[in-house]
Design a protein around this ligand. Structure first.
Ligand code: NAD
Ligand code: ZN
Length: 361
């Protein structure tokens, strides 16, 4: 069941890397690290929850493989993508003698991946790092593609870099300890990738919603590998999001606005699910998407327990003004990624304000 997905990037062989996906891969991590970075300094960055569950095993394994690893753990949650925590991580790295030849291991969800990746991108002008994503969202989305960064009080992900990992190791077995809401959070990004890029993959997911569970290891491994393969292919063609990569922002324009307006009470994937449905409704109203495809998307997301409507408690005005802060605007109209069909999308579509207001209402 082991799958290896290469990511080939322009600019020389050393920029390319491999994504290794296999149940039990976490146990292979020390050997993989030793085969490439023997004798180097290893720094494991993780959060408190993941440390409690997997920290000891990983640290033991690395010691057995001949390393003297340093563990740096941060509190769990989005608050750790802050300048203060980032500075603390840099201090821990520098005090423990990080060198240009050292390697950082990001062991955790998207928060740890983004934070540790940005520390790796910036400390000593950049050291290598390995992504070991432990949440479903991080396994299918944030660990692949090299976007790393932290938040600013003025908005999410406003400080960051493109810094590709040297290796990504994905173990679907760790998803068994993930809280159910976090698992669904990751499913939203899988549906997004399928809806934006691959009708067959979407149909497979929609037919098997009951099998989208942490205990269905073989099916889940296949689904993760397919999602990662699709994302990797997009990143290979457009690493810096000049064009094609924007399709991965499907559901995210409204999603981000809803996420901000909810003061982060909703998980990112939940707002992406709502964003996907509302944006599909816009596409249907504009005559881009058939009602049948709109229904297929809505039903699939509902079947896995993701929200598909605006929560009644949300303030529409706040959603609307959060949308106005979005950077992507043309002729005063926000630009959206809109579906033309399940599995096919159009980027940079300007949407009139009246239509946005009507789907939000
Ligand atoms: N860089 C990118 O391309 C990209 C893409 C999408 C999202 N993101 C970022 O990812 C972040 C969200 O990531 P997330 O949803 O993984 O959140 P997260 O990292 O906060 O993880 C969610 C929760 O699950 C816990 N957890 C993780 N793995 C676990 C496991 N195996 N067992 C038990 N608990 C576990 C964490 O401790 C945390 O409490 C956001 O900051 C978002 O901006 C980045
Ligand atoms: Zn997302």
């Amino acid at each position: 069941m082991k799958r290896i997905i290469p990511v080939r990037l322009p600019g020389g062989r050393d920029r390319s890397y491999r994504i290794q996906i296999a149940p039990g891969a976490l146990a292979q991590l020390p050997a993989l690290v030793a085969s490439r970075w023997k004798g180097r300094g290893v720094y494991v960055i993780t959060d408190a929850n993941v440390n409690r569950l997997y920290g000891r095993t990983v640290m033991h394994g690395l010691r057995d493989a001949g390393f003297d690893p340093i563990l740096i753990d941060v509190p769990a949650g989005e608050e750790s993508k802050s300048i203060g925590i980032y500075y603390g991580v840099l201090t821990a790295l520098l005090e423990n003698k990080v060198r240009r030849g050292s390697v950082i291991i990001a062991l955790g969800g998207g928060v740890v991946g983004d934070l540790a990746g940005f520390a790796a991108a910036s400390v000593l002008r950049g050291v290598e790092f390995v992504q070991v994503p432990t949440s479903l969202l991080a396994q299918v989305d944030s660990s692949v593609g090299g976007k790393v960064g932290i938040d600013h009080d003025l908005g999410k992900n406003l400080i960051g870099a493109f810094h590709q990992p040297s290796l990504v190791v994905i173990d679907p077995l760790v998803l068994k300890t993930l809280p159910p809401r976090e698992f669904r959070n990751g499913l939203a990004e899988i549906f997004k990738i399928a809806a934006a890029l691959d009708p067959k993959f979407f149909a497979l997911l929609a037919r098997n919603t009951a099998k989208l569970r942490p205990t269905e290891t073989p099916f889940l491994t296949r689904v993760i590998a397919t999602a990662v393969g699709l994302k990797a292919a997009v990143v290979e063609k457009d690493e810096r999001e000049a064009g094609l990569r924007k399709v991965l922002n499907l559901g995210h324009t409204l999603g981000h606005a809803i996420e901000t307006a909810s003061d982060f009470a909703l998980r990112h994937g939940e707002t992406v699910a709502i964003g996907m449905v509302l944006e599909a409704r816009m596409a249907a109203t504009m005559g881009l998407l058939s009602i049948d495809h709109l229904m297929r998307i809505t039903q699939a997301l509902e079947a896995v327990g993701l929200p598909t409507r605006m929560p009644g408690t949300l303030n529409m005005k706040r959603v609307h003004s959060a949308l106005a802060l979005d950077k992507k605007v043309k002729d005063g109209m926000p630009l959206f990624v809109l579906l033309k069909a399940v599995g096919s999308s159009a980027i940079d579509v300007p949407v009139p304000d009246a239509l946005i207001r009507s789907v939000l209402a």
